[in-house]
Design a protein around this ligand. Structure first.
Ligand SMILES: Nc1nc2c(ncn2[C@@H]2O[C@H](COP(=O)(O)OP(=O)(O)OP(=O)(O)O)[C@@H](O)[C@H]2O)c(=O)[nH]1
Ligand SMILES: [Mg+2]
Length: 377
């Protein structure tokens, strides 16, 4: 996957790290890599508050500039949220040729890449438009943005009012398209039911191991496309499992990972990309059980909160993943913590990477699906 004609886009990641908040560097680097950026450098600074103009201090800004030149980077990704005027000032400082984006724009790029339905794609376009619109005049004065987003391609300066009108028109077009899709959604659900396979959705925090599990289980399975609005080929497989408790056939869906601390505009789009989850017959919630207790606690509570917010009613199994990295004692501690945070949930420890306990998990999936089918009959 690439940003610029077959080559990876070289990026430097920068962060102004606030004293009371966890660093987002690792998360941003892995999001950027999965989007096809090659991260060629990192600049990080601890500050009490972000610098008004550059987010990082002006000394660090010099360091960033040098690094960008030295490593021949084409873009700079901030692990923070930036204001429109910061993006503008940082771009100008870097000479105007470097693409500057913040964590929110990166998240939107990721969502765009992973949008499984037409609806999600439109929601993300809408979010991007609203988000950059909120960045205001100064940002919009940057070259390229207008052409890309509202079809404006004239030279030189442009009247802001023109942009505003065009953007509003585009926003309302998107909103109308979304309404039309909403009306057709019921038809889609019916079609899926006609296909006759239940869906099992993998969900959980980013980097918890969903895709690793998906690839392991799906290796032998066929890719499927379901219905006119979905392009599920890379993210859904028909799986047949024959185990101790019987045989089951289901569609396994790999969905987008949860990310904390999102801008409200982006949160809306995120919820819509999760719409796959709300119609699932069974949810497998992935947790990285090998993380330190504080992080595990934070991510488990956040995952629970997200699932509550989108109103999940499907049965669920919690997959405590990456147990290969844990000692027996570490595993016991992690399981205790998960039980405390998600009381009453069924928890199965697995290693998606080594395939450990994946068979018994699929047996359990099979028996839950069979039970649900009997209930419905
Ligand atoms: N040791 C170990 N590593 C694992 C295991 N499962 C996944 N990983 C690693 O964890 C990292 C993230 O795995 P992914 O499968 O991409 O995670 P994901 O949940 O799909 O992440 P997003 O797509 O970002 O939401 C990769 O480096 C995997 O190799 C496991 O069982 N054990
Ligand atoms: Mg994944």
């Amino acid at each position: 996957m690439s940003k610029s004609g077959g080559e990876l886009m070289r990026a430097v990641v920068a962060e102004c790290r606030m004293l009371d908040k966890p660093s987002r560097i690792d998360e941003v680097v892995s999001m950027a890599s999965s989007l096809g950026y090659e991260v060629v450098g990192v600049v990080s600074q601890r500050r009490r508050a972000p610098h008004a103009s550059f987010c990082i201090g002006s000394g660090k800004m010099e360091e960033l500039k040098r690094l960008v030149e030295e490593r021949m980077a084409e873009s700079v990704i901030f692990a923070n949220a930036l204001s429109g005027s910061q993006v503008f000032k940082i771009s100008r400082e870097l000479g105007g040729e470097i693409k500057v984006i913040d964590r929110n724009m990166l998240i939107l790029e990721l969502f765009k890449e992973r949008a499984m339905t037409k609806e999600a794609q439109l929601q993300i376009q809408l979010a991007k438009l609203r988000y950059t619109f909120s960045w205001g005049r100064e940002y919009l004065r940057l070259e390229g943005i207008l052409g890309e987003q509202v079809g404006w391609s004239g030279p030189g300066d442009y009247p802001f009012k023109e942009y505003e009108r065009a953007a509003r028109r585009r926003i309302s077009r998107l909103e109308r398209a979304l309404e039309a899709i909403e009306r057709r959604k019921d038809a889609l659900r019916a079609r899926r039911r006609e296909l006759g396979f239940p869906t099992v959705v993998l969900t959980g925090y980013t980097q918890s191991g969903k895709t690793t599990f998906f690839n392991m289980v799906a290796r032998e399975s066929k890719s499927v496309g379901i219905g006119p609005f979905t392009t599920l080929s890379t993210f859904a497989r028909r799986v047949v499992h024959r185990g101790d408790g019987g045989r089951s056939e289901f569609i396994l869906v790999d969905s987008i990972g949860f990310i904390e601390d999102m801008h409200p505009i982006i949160l809306d789009a995120f919820h819509s990309t999760l719409s796959e989850i709300s119609s699932a017959d069974l949810i497998l919630l992935f947790l990285d059980a090998s993380e330190d207790p504080q992080t595990l606690r934070r991510k488990a509570s956040y995952s629970d909160e997200v699932l509550r917010r989108i109103g999940i009613r499907s049965p669920m199994i919690v997959c405590a993943n990456k147990v290969d990295l844990l000692s027996e004692r570490g595993l016991r501690r992690a399981l205790g913590l998960i039980e405390e945070l998600l009381p009453g949930r069924e928890v199965i420890p697995i290693s998606a990477k080594l395939g450990e306990n994946v068979g018994p998990l699929l047996d359990r999936v099979t028996s839950l699906l069979l039970a649900a089918k009997e209930m419905a009959a």
